[in-house]
Ligand binder design. Structure first.
Ligand code: ADP
Length: 506
């Protein structure tokens, strides 16, 4: 049941200019927005321990070490997972190598059928996977249910279709698989990132050793279970869990033919150095500090919704998050007022509640990073707008959505990736200035443009140095559309026909 009457609180803070007539919403007090809890009731069966998925079996780590996977919204241990050392990685690479000839030789349409079955099984187990994703990573169930899991299935469907049509993707040439692929993924979209990596690799006839992030290993392990269930031959997909040392063991293993990494720019650079001079192929999808540009002719309400979706709905845990907002000067007061107004209505809290907009921060370490940037922003003289009044749970890692105004391009909050629900708002006067400032970053992953003028859309989009440019929308994904960055955001593309290129030799 929903009671949605507006409170009569104080006018939200503004940056001068015309007074916007908005009545802020609040969570407490008479007449505020109040939603009854709407908890997701499905509770998947979770084993006490998950071994490493190697050669089609769950096996104990050779070193006998296990680590806890913790629910960031409650601080409770969900289960234990194996910590893979060098010997385990070696075993996984051998299993992948042994499985390679059979998998390559399998008629491509049979490989396609198996990928299609994975997609179907992901759909059948979608509810369970969504809950697991939310428990393990802290993201709202609405996101894992409506975005992560459906998109993961969509990637397997899409690549199932390519498996027997690769010669059309590389017309006139003969695509051959690269071999054994080492794939290392982060914690922000655990199953989706696994699907982005595993589906194209398998479609092209490769075998894989995948390492999920140490804070979010569960759905990848279920993916291993699903691969076995649907009949993907043992050793084609291997999943090793562990932290940076396990990742490094994959990167440095001589039996790996290709490394695909998604994660921080620092680790990406480290990996690029390790791989340099070897025969390993490499693709990197790294950080971002993506700009969203609002022109004065834009539909401001629509833009605000896009901004909210682009930075807050996933706690800002999105590498392409629109974390720098450039607003044309004439509409800055209106945008700031509307942003404050909308932020007050975002619900922060239990990620398993279907009404939750902003869930838990993935780990204590990430929360500390975000807090460090909040301090840096204040210290450098920007103004922090903390208008969200959600009552936060006692345990877990939380950060209310907020934004800074009075931000200078030199401020750390305008230059460095925060990976949290924190937005840096800046202004501009002319389109040229907007483009110059938006491109003034070492990154180049994504960008958003908000304007009603079609001609402006194409002009600006063509001059932004970003792998993806969204126009009057943000954070929209499709398996047919390649994703990836420029400059320090990495190289190589994932998804679409371009994404296949990384997994074949032609
Ligand atoms: P984030 O800041 O998103 O956690 P990281 O780059 O630290 O990004 O982590 C992304 C993935 O890279 C994780 O699976 C992590 O365990 C792995 N990783 C971390 N350090 C290394 C390393 N030195 N070599 C290989 N993989 C690593």
């Amino acid at each position: 049941m929903t009671t949605a009457t507006r409170g009569t609180g104080q006018q939200g803070g503004q940056q001068g200019g015309p007074q916007a007539v908005l009545t802020p919403l609040s969570f407490s007090g008479e007449g505020s927005w109040a939603y009854d809890p709407a908890p997701e009731r499905v509770r998947p069966t979770i084993r006490g321990r998950y071994g490493l998925f190697i050669g089609g079996e769950f096996v104990d780590p050779a070193g006998g070490k296990w680590f806890a996977s913790v629910n960031p919204a409650t601080d409770e241990t969900i289960c234990e997972v194996g910590e893979a050392g060098e010997a385990d990685v070696d075993r996984a690479v051998k299993a992948a190598r042994d499985a390679l000839p059979g998998w390559r030789a399998m008629p491509a349409k049979e490989r396609g059928k198996l990928l299609y079955r994975v997609a179907r099984r992901l759909q059948e187990r979608a509810r369970e996977l969504a809950v697991l994703e939310t428990m393990d990573g802290g993201k709202p169930i609405r996101e894992s249910r409506d975005v992560d899991i459906p998109l993961a299935a969509a990637h397997f469907f899409y690549h199932a279709g390519w498996a027997d049509k690769l010669r059309f993707a590389f017309a006139g040439r003969t695509p051959e698989p690269v071999g054994v692929c080492g794939q290392i993924i982060p914690w922000n979209f655990p199953l989706l990132m696994a699907a982005w990596k595993v589906a194209p690799a398998l479609a092209c006839g490769n075998t894989v050793v995948l390492k999920p992030a140490e804070t979010t290993p569960l759905t990848a392990l279920v993916l291993g279970e699903i691969c076995r269930e649907v009949g993907i031959p043992a050793g084609v997909v291997n999943i090793v869990t562990g932290a940076g040392a396990t990742g490094a063991a994959i990167v440095n293993h001589p039996g790996i033919d290709k490394i695909a990494f998604t994660g921080s720019t620092d680790v990406g650079k480290l990996i690029a150095r390790s791989v340099a001079g070897t025969k390993k192929k490499l693709t990197l999808e790294l950080g971002g500090k993506s700009p969203n540009i609002i022109f004065e002719d834009a539909s401001i309400d629509q833009a605000i919704e896009g901004i909210i979706q682009g930075i807050y709905f996933n706690q800002g845990h999105v590498c392409c998050a629109g974390s720098r907002l450039f607003v044309q000067e004439s509409v800055l007061p209106e945008v700031v007022a509307k942003l404050e107004h909308r932020l007050t209505s975002l619900r922060v809290g239990d990620p398993l509640d279907k009404n939750t907009d902003v869930g838990a921060i993935n780990s204590k370490a990430q929360l500390a990073t975000i807090e460090k940037y909040l301090d840096a922003g204040r210290g450098e003289g920007a103004r922090l707008h903390e208008v969200n009044g959600s009552a936060l749970p006692e345990r877990g890692n939380w950060c209310r959505p907020c934004f800074f105004t009075g931000v200078q391009p030199s401020h750390r909050i305008a230059r460095e990736e925060i990976f949290g629900p924190v937005l840096a708002v800046m202004s501009f006067r002319t389109p040229d200035e907007a483009i110059t400032r938006a491109n003034n970053t070492p990154y180049g992953l994504a960008a958003g443009v908000w304007t009603d003028k079609g001609s402006k859309i194409f002009e600006i989009a063509s001059r932004l140095k970003a792998g993806v440019v969204w126009l009057n929308t943000y954070n929209k994904f499709d398996p047919a559309s390649p994703f990836g960055g420029f400059k320090e955001s990495g190289f190589g593309r994932e998804g679409g026909m371009h994404g296949l290129r990384a997994y074949v030799r032609v």
